[in-house]
Design a protein. Structure first.
Lengths: 115, 115
């Protein structure tokens, strides 16, 4: 597809379970980002991948959160032992390269509900 | 600590009039600013940006103004159209601090353009 694709669009899970969220960036985009938006709040940066460089994990809220990216393609965000406060919309974005002049294009997000 | 603030959660404007959305920031290292627009069930889409070397950037009906001394920026939409009804997010990055690709978002302003 032409845009950033995220799956699933909705995920309901029980507290304590692990979840995996997937992001397919725009083809040719070397940079990929994960953000989280909790209800009534702005988007919160989680992690940034740029090519083969070490990812910037500075936004990950705890060691229950991890993300991987295969080359310059698909990324998965994994949340282990989910908690109710993890409930949010998780948004993925990609850009042609990193840096301020490179527009980030967002997917529609995965809405995660932890019961 | 909310480094990017959008103090008006909502705004209603009549079609054809000017919409002014405001954003304040606290981090003096921010020097690149963006506005994103978000429709329900979609990801944010880039609207317009401005670098701190400028105080104004214009693109069609959209103009962003930056007042560095006041740490304030605003988005003007004129004339406003019903299709502009969406949530608008202000975002900032700090390239000089080495975090060019990490966007910090405000909480958003919901704009409703009425007929």
């Amino acid at each position: 597809g032409a845009g950033v694709s995220q799956s699933p669009s909705n995920k309901v899970t029980e507290k304590g379970k692990d979840v995996e969220l997937r992001c397919d960036p725009i083809s040719g985009h070397t940079a990929l980002y994960w953000y989280r938006q909790r209800l009534g709040q702005g988007l919160e940066f989680l992690i940034y991948f740029q090519g083969n460089s070490a990812p910037d994990k500075s936004g990950l809220p705890s060691d229950r959160f991890s993300a991987e990216r295969t080359g310059e393609s698909v990324s998965t965000l994994t949340i282990q032992r989910t908690q109710q406060e993890d409930s949010a919309v998780y948004l993925c974005a990609s850009s042609f390269a990193g840096g301020p002049g490179n527009i980030q294009y967002f997917g529609a997000g995965t809405r995660l509900s932890v019961l | 600590d909310q480094q990017v603030k959008q103090n008006s959660p909502s705004l209603s404007v009549q079609e054809g009039r000017i919409s002014i959305l405001n954003c304040d920031y606290t981090n003096s290292m921010f020097d690149y600013f963006l506005w994103y627009k978000k429709y329900p069930a979609e990801g944010p889409t880039f609207l317009i940006s401005i670098s701190s070397i400028k105080d104004k950037n214009e693109d069609g009906r959209f103009t962003v103004f930056l007042n560095k001394s006041a740490k304030h920026l605003s988005l003007h939409i004129v004339p406003s159209q019903p299709g502009d009804s969406a949530v608008y997010f202000c975002a900032a990055s700090a390239p000089r601090a080495g975090t060019a690709s990490k966007l910090t978002f405000g909480t958003g302003t919901r704009l409703q353009v009425t007929l």
